[in-house]
Every structure is written in C-alpha cells, then in structure tokens.
Design a protein. Structure first.
Length: 76
C-alpha cells in the first residue's frame, strides 16, 4: 500500500523543500498552499499523514485539524 501525504504550507519555498525530501524517500505527496485547498484535498482523497502549518491563510491549521477530526470522527 502506498503512503500518501497531504502537506499544507503557505510558504512555497518550505513547502517545495519538505515535499522534495518526502518524495525522495518514495512517498506520494500532495502540496497545498492554503486552508481551503487543504480542506478540499482532504475531503477528496485518503491520506496516511497530514502535515499542517498552523498559520495558513483562509483557514488556519488549528481549525483544519478540528474539521478533519470531526469529519472522520477522530478523538485524540
């Protein structure tokens, strides 16, 4: 089974660098640059891991995490 990662980071340089190294290790990764994109990708795909920047534009990482947990009924 392939491990698929969602990486939400608005700083494109950081996003590209982190994603480059994750791909180099053989993982699949979707890169997004704001909270709305992250939410849309999360709803449309299945991910093994989500990397969230906390200070994303449009919807911040804290709110996204709350929504992701509610949508999958995850309690931590």
């Amino acid at each position: 089974m392939d491990i698929k990662i969602l990486h939400a980071e608005d700083d494109r340089e950081i996003n590209n660098l982190v994603s480059k190294y994750i791909r180099k290790e053989g993982y699949l990764i979707d890169q997004v640059y704001n909270g709305e994109e992250a939410e849309r990708f999360f709803k449309q795909n299945s991910y093994s891991l989500v990397i969230l920047d906390l200070m994303l534009p449009q919807i911040d990482g804290f709110e996204l995490l709350r929504r992701f947990r509610m949508s999958r009924n995850i309690r931590i």
